[in-house]
Write a new protein. Structure first.
Lengths: 434, 434
């Protein structure tokens, strides 16, 4: 077997075997297949695609490239969640405590990532003192005792994905469905949970702009998860505008806390309830979606979800008081309102633009490992379809200085479109793939 | 402009501009575009193709990547010839002296290359003492005085092609028509001749197996040559079986000399006459193909072509006597006849197989810069369509030892197919593209 022949085989449109994917991944990770051969192979995959079988073989090999997380010593049903990413996506921060408070074990690895804001890890660091450097033993212990733990992703989990992703990122081979599926699912399957819930975004602010592509991604991930023996379900939801109201690390933590306090009944809460209900029904802990949603609403109303977040923050070395008093979280020195330039209905809020504004404020990173400001961001007051008066505030900018606020303001204004008539309402939850 | 965007643009099927090819080639040669991005781009070209314009832009940029040969100080009409390569292809060795003897200046760069035998440079080194390390001044002087000079290709001529070809070779991106066109034509256009004649092979032993692909390659090369202001013509000829009778370096030199002596009236002579006639008509030295062929036959009959070869050998430091007495050329210590395993018509002689046998004998190279044995090879006695009796010799093996001969014999026997009836004759010259 040699790489050249495998490139030619894929280029010709043939299916590769399990052994051939094993050869490719093992040798690529070992460095004996050079990047220039792998990138030619990946570009051939762009044009020729991969069968479901091939995606499975690739995913399995990627998992084998590193360590897997052994959660067998964690009692109960373990769930993991993955979001395909979007603007203002703080779902994990609200959903995980809710799940843990009703008895699902959430023992999760998470990342920092590049983007409009930091990743979950960055957001969690808004809690003074909180660490996600949790070693194996402590990780299992906290999962059992608190029911909820989040650690930073180690380099040992699916190293093949790290190496492949870095190559795809610079060779125009990121947006290839089977490669996205195997990248996400290799990490989820290596993470040892019984139930995987996939939060798939669709729309202008999402990785997948078209609804049909998002559903196809959801379908392929769910199919692969099931073949691998995991209970897997995906929820496809709107990312044409940012999720919820806050975009920015600490600001998003505050919004998640508001959901857990029962003070926020918007889209973020809606999404958490649906995703949570999927987990509870898959776990057999609820007979119906309605019953599951009732359980989740209860844990908000009785304060147990909020206390679970506090227990989690404390267990990871953070200040639990910040959960109850969010003024202890980082806050920006300056706030500015952005007055609406006209009266009318908000036709669109480009999620992408809001995200770029957050980067301009210093709240995101475009380059790996660059520092981010947890305090900055924006809080929307109006969402798509809302009526706004001229000069009424569209949003509040939280900034570290006037200059960055000015820069953000420009991007923000360009992100809005208005209309004289109320725009057609589109469903927020587009569908569930089981 | 950045490489990533250009990959995406080509991947999407768009035409790249002149400036974009300039960016790609300049930066690739300079090392600031890594191989892994270029190989992804090349694979996208495999699927999306390139327009004629793009091929021109790429070719022009490749030429600019290095030096060009200035033949302005060579008096008269300068011609260059390129063969797409095949088995037993010794055309240059006979054609160039013929052209030079009728007054066309042949000032050529040539290569060693990988393959069943060495390249023209290797074959020429069969003449004792001959060198192709001819520097610029001597090159021009010999072109003017002898009318015929061949130098080894310098690293300074189209370095972009060298770098690109090495990458294509290991990434499954060799057989891409516009890339083949620009690889060949960049070198020809950089070599300063007025007339370019392209010897395009077609069939099982050729790079292009299908006749339609060979004609398309010929058409594209001719079109590009003309756009670049050169008189360009291509002859498409058969390479289902080896060209002529000899396969092996010194053996091929002997066959070329036999043509120049008027002792060989086979396909090699036929091809040389057609290619030569194309040059003479393009040069305006003959009114018709018939007249041109008469001129070329004359230079064989009156011995001037053979003397021209001798003058050339002498000018390049070789022993001119070997032209008249080929026993002075390298010869193998052992010869073996290969008896036909059956009686019948020869249906096919796989050129590829004959070539592989020559490599087994030590006459070719599979790895760059590996040494080759100039003396070994095979001389066919029968060609496709000939009748052969059982045990009648099919060919003579020229070997350095019995072991290599045995190995070659096995490959050779597998290369023949027989039939009870005479196979349909196919034209040797398939067409001329002007």
């Amino acid at each position: 077997m040699n790489t050249y022949d495998l490139i030619i085989k894929k280029r010709g449109g043939s299916e590769l075997t399990k052994e051939e994917y094993s050869y490719l991944i093992k040798n690529y990770v070992a460095g004996s297949i050079p990047d220039y051969q792998m990138s030619a192979f990946l570009m051939a995959v762009y044009f020729r695609g991969m069968s479901e079988k091939e995606t499975l073989y690739l995913t399995e090999e990627m998992i084998k490239s590193g360590d897997t997380l052994d959660l067998s010593n964690v009692q109960g049903i373990k769930a993991d969640k993955h979001s395909t990413g979007g603007v203002g996506d703080k779902t994990s921060l609200a959903l995980c405590p809710m799940l843990a408070s009703v008895g699902i074990k959430v023992a999760k690895m998470s990342g920092r990532g590049l983007g409009h804001t930091g990743g979950t890890i960055d957001k969690l660091e808004s809690f003074p003192g909180l660490t996600t450097s949790i070693d194996g033993e402590r990780f299992i212990k906290q999962a059992n005792e608190v029911g909820f733990v989040i650690a930073g992703q180690t380099a040992h989990l699916v190293p093949a994905d790290k190496k492949l992703y870095a190559l795809r990122d610079v060779t125009g081979t990121v947006d290839i469905l089977p490669l996205i599926v195997s990248s996400i699912m290799s990490k989820k399957l290596a993470s040892g949970a019984d139930i995987i819930v996939l939060d798939v975004k669709t729309g202008s602010g999402a990785f997948m702009k078209k609804e049909e592509d998002s559903f196809e991604l959801a379908r392929q991930m769910v199919s692969l998860g099931k073949i691998a023996g995991k209970k897997t379900v995906a929820v496809v939801s709107d990312m044409d505008e940012p999720l919820g109201f806050a975009v920015g690390n600490a600001l998003e933590v505050k919004e998640a806390i508001a959901v857990l306090k029962g003070e926020n009944e918007g889209k973020l809460r809606e999404l958490c309830l649906i995703l949570g209900a999927c987990v509870l029904t898959e776990a057999g802990m609820a007979e119906s979606e309605a019953e599951a949603i009732k359980m989740l609403k209860n844990c908000i109303e009785d304060g147990s979800a909020l206390r679970k977040l506090a227990d989690f923050v404390e267990a990871q070395g953070g200040d639990r008081r910040a959960v109850f008093d969010t003024s202890l979280l980082p806050s920006a020195p300056f706030t500015f309102e952005l007055p609406s330039p006209k009266a009318g209905y908000i036709k669109t809020i480009q999620a992408d633009g809001i995200g770029r504004a957050c980067i301009a404020l210093g709240g995101g990173r475009e380059i790996k490992d660059s520092p981010i400001d947890l305090s900055v961001g924006v809080v929307l007051h109006k969402k798509t379809g809302d009526y706004v008066n001229c000069n009424e505030s569209l949003l509040t900018i939280h900034a570290r200085d006037k200059e960055s606020a000015k820069e953000a303001e420009k991007i923000l204004l360009e992100s809005y479109a208005f209309s004289d008539t109320a725009p057609e309402k589109r469903a927020f939850i587009r569908g569930i793939v089981r």
